[in-house]
Structure formats: structure tokens, C-alpha cells
Ligand binder design. Sequence first.
Ligand code: ADP
Ligand code: MG
Length: 287
Amino acid sequence: ATPTAIMAATGQAARRGLFIKDGTALESAGRLSVLIFDKTGTITQGQPQVVRFIPLGGMDESRVLALLAAVEGGSEHHLGRALVAFARARGVRADMAEGVRAVPGSGVTAEVDGHRVVIGNARLLDDPQAEAVLAEIAEHGQTPVGMCVDGKLVAAFAIADPARPGAPAAIAALHAMGVRTIMATGDVEPAARAIADQVGIADLVAGASPADKMKMVEHLTAQGEVVGMVGDGINDAPALAAAHVGFAIGTGTHIAMDCAAITLVGGDIAKVAEMIALSRRTMTVIR
Ligand code: ADP
Ligand code: MG
């Protein structure tokens, strides 16, 4: 590979909204055999809306929403932001809670006025009843989030986040180039399956922790695959770093961009196929 050709291609990529940090990524992209896509914020628009609020009694609704806004107030996660917007739209004003702990791929926990508040998926929640309540929401193809106070489920939320309009075409373009696609998400199976079906991804791994996503990359690599990862979140960072080529959504978190070799500036996942095509052209010319 001549440095001049690589530089020219890097410039060409930049003009198309593909910011390449690491020159070897330009060379590897054309050889990718499989691409793992995160769901939330990557395949989906990342502008989730609370479509159902289910108070479960035992606590005043306005108190539930105030705690929700306080604990998720500093959240970088799309779901956290959607929950805060929902509380605010109902007139809730709350100061941000201190000492909130984010558990990537699961949710957030905090201690507020001596009460333990946990917001997130069934894995994180400390009420054994949570699983059934959240499963019912997921059956409708929506992402469930529960909220526990002192170990008791006080509310559940159903959240919808539609697929990006261009996602089916972006995935179809990759398949046409002979690249396999897999969706890996921390979300639950039925909600994830609805999105995967919409965009044409057959292989799905749901309930994946950030470490699981990274292990998928390693496992496929060990099988001789050349593995790309596309993601936007903190939860994708380890997988983005482990992949042969990591693609970060430019509108996502900074840590995802730090860990990825390539940033899709506008967050347009159709650029992944463009990158592969550009790499293949560049490497053919060079040889
Ligand atoms: P994805 O892999 O689709 O991007 P994540 O791994 O970020 O999803 O999150 C997985 C699950 O963890 C979410 O579906 C949600 O149930 C829960 N979760 C993560 N962060 C939060 C948060 N800040 N508030 C509530 N739930 C959260
Ligand atoms: Mg994501």
C-alpha cells in the first residue's frame, strides 16, 4: 500500500463523512466478513419516547417521576434522557441526585434521601416481580424499563425507538457485498427482534452485556472472520476497540468515538458499505 494512495483515500472518505483515525482501518475495511451492529442509537434513531407509564402503586406518581428525573438527570444514555423528558413533560422539576452510578448495559442506581433507587432492566432491578412485568412490555416490541425503590418495583415504562429510515437499505447493501450482519443489543429479545426484522438482520443476540459484545468480536475473530463493529454507546466501547474495524456513530458518546478507528460523522450507517467499497477500490489499485 503506498502512503499516497492511503492518504488520498482517507481524504476522499472524510469528504463523505467518514472520519478515519487509523490508516490500517482503511486497509482492513475491504476485508470485513461480518459486521456486528448495536441496536439502540445505531440501528435505531436513538430518540426514544416513553409510550406507556405503568405506576404499580405503593408510591405517589409525582414522587415516582421526581425520583426518576433526579436519578436519570445526568444520564448520557438515550433511555435515561427519554425518561427525564417524560417526567419534565409532566411538569416535574427535580434536582439531580448525587452519587448516581451508571451500570453500562443495565441502568442506573442511586441513594436518594436514604432510599435506594434502581432504574433499568430486570437484571439490575432488585424486585423478583420485575421480570414478569417487564416481559409483558417487551412482548409488545417495546423496550421495558423498571424502577425499584428500596427493593420494590414502583413503576415500569415502555419505550419505543424506531429504526433509522435508511437502515434497511444500509443492511441490504452490506449483504449485497457479501458481508454478514449480526445485531447485538442489551435490550430484551422481543423488542430487539422487532427492530432486527424491520431492517433485515437475521442474526440477533439480545440481552448482551458490554463484555458479551466484546466476546462476540473475539469469538468470531478466533473463527477466522474479519470483524467490524458499529456502535454508539459506552456499552459498545470494548467491542469497538476489539474489532478489526470499529465504526462509531458520530452523534453518539465520546468514548465510542475514542475506541473506534472510524467515525460516521452524521451517524449515517449507510456509510459503512461506502467505506468497504472505498477500501476495496483503494487496495485493488495499490496491488
Ligand atoms: P443497546 O445495546 O441496545 O445500545 P444498552 O446496552 O445501552 O442497549 O442497554 C441495555 C438495557 O439496559 C436497556 O434496554 C435498558 O433496559 C437498560 N438501561 C441501560 N441504561 C439505562 C438507563 N440509563 N436507564 C434505564 N435503563 C437503562
Ligand atoms: Mg447503543
